[in-house]
Design a protein around this ligand. Structure first.
Ligand SMILES: [Zn+2]
Length: 241
């Protein structure tokens, strides 16, 4: 067989049934970024892949890279299976939304180690029984903000994204890419101080220490991230919760 062998560690973002017994995987790799692969015979009862070609699995993969856009999986061993994540409804939903956000935002075949590590950390938190807040909206939004940051689309939070003014920051503008002052608020939506503070603190603190905030502020945060990514990354995310 012409082509070359590729070895990489990756997380399965999406796994689709294909043909009679195959699977097509969308993966995010530590060393290659996004890639697609086909696992032939993966749905046969005695497949050597077992049940590990499913979303959230963190795997060591051996792949064959030929002329097709899809590589072929030749072997897969589990690095992390996150079994507790799989047994909790809210954690599954949060994990699925995180993988979907990575799929939409990081679609290039180039490595982004901070993005890879961020996704691993979030899945590990969702899998940790001593982290009951991991599946909450606060942690989901903290993940989204950090993901926007590592993808190069963090909103401007320190001063007006339009004129640079650092006081009277009353709104948020996705087009301007950040908070805006009272004189530049045209085209923005009102942003409570609490929502502004949440974003600043969430970006500064570890994922496991997402700040608390009221629903109203959290909805504003979700809208601020969503509109920033729509305008600047041309990506639409699904609802965070
Ligand atoms: Zn301004």
């Amino acid at each position: 067989m012409a082509g070359k062998t590729v070895k990489t560690e990756a997380i399965v973002l999406r796994s689709i049934r294909y043909g009679e017994a195959d699977r097509i995987l969308h993966c995010y790799s530590k060393t290659r970024g996004r890639f697609g692969a086909i696992a032939k015979g993966a749905r046969k009862p005695k497949s050597r892949f077992g049940g590990r070609l499913e979303p959230f699995f963190r795997l060591d993969l051996m792949l064959h890279e030929g002329r097709s856009d899809l590589m072929t999986v030749t072997s897969a061993t589990t690095v992390e299976g996150y079994p507790r994540l799989r047994s909790s409804g809210p954690a599954l939903t949060a994990g699925a939304r995180a993988c979907d956000a990575v799929l939409r935002l990081l679609d290039a075949a180039e490595p982004n180690p901070p993005a890879y590590n961020l996704l691993c950390r979030y899945l590990a938190l969702l899998d940790d029984p001593s982290e009951p807040r991991a599946a909450d909206l606060t942690t989901a939004l903290s993940f989204r903000l950090k993901l926007a940051l590592v993808a190069g689309f963090a909103p401007e939070l320190a001063s007006c994204a339009h004129c640079g003014e650092s006081d009277h920051l009353v709104g948020f503008s996705g087009a301007a890419g950040g908070v805006v002052c009272a004189s530049c608020e045209a085209g923005s939506f009102p942003l409570d101080e609490e929502a502004h503070r949440f974003m600043v603190e969430a970006l500064a603190q570890p994922l496991s220490e997402a700040p608390a905030a009221e629903q109203r502020a959290l909805r504003q945060v979700e809208r601020a991230i969503g509109e920033t990514l729509e305008h600047h990354a041309h990506v639409q995310l699904r609802a965070a919760a």
